[in-house]
Design a protein around this ligand. Structure first.
Ligand SMILES: C[S@@+](CC[C@H](N)C(=O)[O-])C[C@H]1O[C@@H](n2cnc3c(N)ncnc32)[C@H](O)[C@@H]1O
Length: 424
């Protein structure tokens, strides 16, 4: 009987026992051990003595558990500001029970650990920097799930269950109110975003995740439903227009912070050729173009047609900037490099999975004097850094930004340079 339960993945599920919580790991949990097995503990903190309840046991090597009782609390433990968070509740946040300064130290430890384990770099110096605005009400863009009754909320951790919310304290108030204080009958999810002017765009998605209708409410006005809303953003000293559903940093202070970091690491000089890969609406290309000057060339590459149209409009006043629509993959990049020649500087800001082995190897083969890698997943960053290192590049510096307070997510900006001794 016990064997059959284990085969169904239920072995320890539901069991409760005491553990001492060990180091933080990637993914919003800490590592503990019990009877020779690894236990990934959510809602705990390193050094704490807790009672855990096993929530999932599907792998021979480890199981997942929630700290359901704290016997010996860490000094960094705080009262959760969100009434919906906690064991078995909303899965949107990971670190509501942790002092924000400690959250940043935990995230820095994760970045260091990923670089050590996946890129072979020991003791990299990295700090995760606080962004202005505090740990709550920073999320200017969010997707909420909708349950069968039409009520919106977020999913329970590693579950399809929707926890219905009346508010989400990490989401900016007008966005939380627009999504959560009404019903969405028949919808599968709702996207909401608030731009720099205070305009709130809500987009209803069907159960397959396809947008079906969009509505923009501007301060002092109310436009009728339209297929896609436009959002206005301000960052890096410029105004930007993006599609309401298009990519933009979620934290209102993140785009500025990343532009500052990317600009400093890239150190673009007049006349240089710069590649801005996964360019979105052209944020980094637009920020770097003035330094390249009229003799320089800045090529922004982006696969999404809407983002390319936005980038074209956003960069229209910068004659040295070009927008190329296409996939950054081995084939597309080889073709682009064939046309363009070797760039002096590469900026890349890929989606969560990272650029991958083939793209990283091609970029390293260009010999660009600086590669500035913007990453929302330190594991993907570390895997790609390993490819650059194998091709002779060194990680010269890395900065972390707490662009997602209360969650385990962290944004990193890394500088890779060819052949120089590592300074990290
Ligand atoms: C993390 S966002 C970065 C956008 C931009 N750098 C910014 O900060 O606003 C990643 C972008 O890469 C685009 N993208 C995803 N996969 C791509 C691919 N294979 N080739 C080109 N662009 C891609 C997405 O459409 C998205 O705009």
């Amino acid at each position: 009987m016990a064997e059959r339960r284990a085969e169904r993945g239920l072995g320890w599920t539901g069991r409760e026992f005491e553990v001492t919580v060990g180091p933080v790991a990637h993914g919003g949990h800490c590592v503990a051990r019990h009877e020779g097995r690894v236990v990934f503990v959510r809602h705990g903190l390193p050094g704490e003595r807790v009672v855990v309840r096993v929530t999932e046991d599907r792998h021979p090597g480890f199981c997942r558990a929630d700290a359901v009782e704290v016997l010996d609390a860490s000094p960094a433990r705080v009262e959760r500001p969100c009434p919906y968070s906690g064991p078995g509740r909303c899965g949107g946040c990971d670190w509501q029970h942790v002092d924000p300064a400690e959250q940043r130290r935990l995230k820095a430890a994760v970045v260091r650990e990923q670089l050590a384990r996946l890129a072979g770099l020991e003791d990299v110096e990295v700090a995760v920097e606080e962004l202005p605005g505090g740990p709550l009400r920073w999320r200017s863009r969010a997707r909420f799930a909708v349950d069968r009754s039409g009520a919106a909320g977020l999913r329970r951790h590693r579950s399809h269950d929707v926890v219905v919310l009346e508010d989400c304290p990490i989401t900016v108030e007008p966005a939380a109110a627009a999504a959560l204080q009404r019903r969405w009958p028949g919808a599968g999810a709702v996207d909401v975003s608030v731009d720099s002017t205070g305009a709130v765009t809500t987009t209803r998605l069907d159960r397959q995740g396809r947008p079906t209708s969009s509505r923009v409410v501007r301060p002092g006005g109310d436009l009728p439903e339209e297929p896609v809303g436009r959002a206005e953003r301000h960052a890096g000293g410029r105004d930007w227009e993006v599609e309401g559903t298009g990519f933009w940093q979620v934290h209102p202070a993140a785009a500025d912070a990343l532009v500052e970091a990317v600009t400093a690491f890239a150190g673009v000089r007049p006349g240089e050729t710069v590649l801005d890969l996964y360019a979105g609406a052209g944020l980094f290309g637009g920020a770097l173009a003035p330094a390249a000057g009229r003799e320089g060339r800045v090529v922004c590459v982006e696969s999404d047609a809407g983002a390319c149209a936005a980038a074209d409009a956003n960069l229209a006043d910068l004659p040295q900037a070009e927008v190329w629509q296409g996939d950054v993959d081995a084939e597309g990049l080889a073709e682009l490099l064939g046309d363009l020649g070797a760039p002096d500087v590469v900026v890349l800001d890929p989606p969560r999975a990272g650029a991958g082995r083939a793209v990283s190897a091609l970029l390293a083969a260009t010999g660009a004097r600086a590669v500035v890698y913007v990453a929302c997943d330190p594991a993907a960053l570390a895997r790609d850094v390993a490819v650059f290192r194998a091709a002779g590049y060194e990680l010269s510096a890395v900065r972390g930004f707490d662009a997602f307070p209360m969650t385990a997510h962290v944004e990193c900006v890394a500088l890779l340079v060819p052949g120089s001794p590592s300074s990290v």
